[in-house]
Design a binder for this molecule. Structure first.
Ligand SMILES: CC(C)(COP(=O)(O)OP(=O)(O)OC[C@H]1O[C@@H](n2cnc3c(N)ncnc32)[C@H](O)[C@@H]1OP(=O)(O)O)[C@@H](O)C(=O)NCCC(=O)NCCS
Length: 205
């Protein structure tokens, strides 16, 4: 490994330690230099990260495939969980940021860059990478695909199989379909299963 590339573990008190040994659940390939991978836990599992370029950073949780070119950035807060997510940052300067307390289901893809170039009649590039941001407490159902330039506001729910092509800045909505649209307003969600939610609610009474 080029010494300019680093794998760091973020400790519970926020300090960071250079990881010097191999971790079974973590596969990392550094093809360039000055890249940093951060993990929260040595028990991280099913993670495969490829740094194809230079100067990129990824902060990952479990069950993640992440591909980055140069000057790319991916981060997910430690309070959010991922069941099976692919993060495609396959052009320079692409970014994905996932906030706190999010539930990211399985078969999810974030594509902050399109991988190929679209040109208008004058030869101008019209599909530059644009950052994706998922704010706090968003539930992304299974099979969802999120396109470049999308921001999702707090407390939103994205229905299974949806393709999200634009930002939703209103909070507390169900967003669903292809292309995704708001199908319900003024809702919220809880990470517990309904039976557990009902049990915890009746205990509090
Ligand atoms: C998004 C979801 C949670 C919403 O549930 P809900 O609030 O009970 O929604 P409803 O069934 O009342 O549907 C509301 C409207 O949205 C539409 N809708 C719901 N989910 C949809 C989806 N995934 N794609 C397209 N439209 C959808 C419904 O057809 C309905 O349309 P209508 O108002 O025209 O009749 C649910 O539909 C869903 O996608 N569940 C899967 C969650 C998941 O992936 N879990 C895995 C573990 S994380």
């Amino acid at each position: 490994m080029n010494p300019d590339n680093k794998i760091l573990q973020i400790l519970p008190d926020g300090r960071e330690e250079v990881l010097k040994h191999r971790i079974k659940g973590l596969q990392v390939l550094f093809e360039g230099k000055n890249n940093v991978l951060r993990i929260y836990d040595e028990k991280v599992k099913n993670v495969k990260v490829t740094f194809h370029g230079d100067n990129s950073t990824a902060v990952v949780r479990d069950n993640t495939i992440c591909s980055l070119r140069s000057n790319c950035f991916y981060s997910i807060d430690k309070t959010s969980y991922t069941n099976d997510v692919k993060i495609w940052l396959d052009d320079d300067n692409a970014q994905v940021k996932i906030g706190k307390n999010c539930a990211i289901s399985w078969d999810i893809e974030f594509m902050a860059a399109d991988c190929h170039t679209i040109l208008d009649e004058a030869g101008n590039i019209c599909n530059m990478p644009k950052p994706i941001e998922i704010k706090d407490h968003v539930w992304i159902g299974c099979g969802v695909k999120i396109c470049k330039g999308v921001t999702i506001a707090e407390n939103n729910i994205i229905g299974m199989g949806s393709v999200v092509t634009k930002s939703f800045l209103e909070t507390n909505c169900v967003i669903a379909g292809n292309p995704a649209k708001i199908v319900k307003h003024n809702v919220n969600w809880d990470v517990k299963m309904i039976k557990d939610y009902v049990a915890s609610y009746s205990q509090k009474k």
